[in-house]
Design a protein around this ligand. Structure first.
Ligand code: FES
Length: 119
């Protein structure tokens, strides 16, 4: 049976220590919940985090074909590995590629006492 895909998570779920994510860098997270499975990723720059649902607005695919490879080579933008769509880290807006005008779906996360948690 295929688990239902979820696009949001409840608040207060601890994802792990902040240092799980390179600085700067990104990491995928998969949460298996009773209602289904959530796929997201978090981008880190220093203490600042931005989380997004791991689903490209172009064709609905997960962005990274290689584990945790969500950032472009310059580390400044998010890049989908399938057809090259580029997204702003700050708000997920598509800046270039086949889905300009769309955006990644935010996944609110924060750091509390050194631990990444969902909001
Ligand atoms: S699926 Fe992401 S750019 Fe096409």
């Amino acid at each position: 049976m295929i688990a239902e895909r979820l696009y949001r998570t409840p608040p207060g779920v601890a994802l792990g220590e902040l240092d799980l994510i390179p600085d700067p860098g990104a990491r995928s997270f998969v949460l298996q919940m009773r209602a289904g499975r959530f796929h997201g990723f978090v981008v880190r720059k220093g203490e600042a985090l931005k989380g997004y649902v791991d689903r490209c607005p172009h064709q609905g695919l997960p962005l990274a074909q290689q584990h945790d490879a969500y950032l472009a080579a310059d580390g400044e933008v998010i890049q989908c590995s399938w057809h090259g769509a580029v997204f702003a880290v700050e708000d997920g807006a598509c800046l270039g590629g086949p889905c300009v005008g769309s955006a990644l779906t935010p996944w609110p996360v924060a750091v509390r006492d050194g631990v990444i948690v969902t909001e």
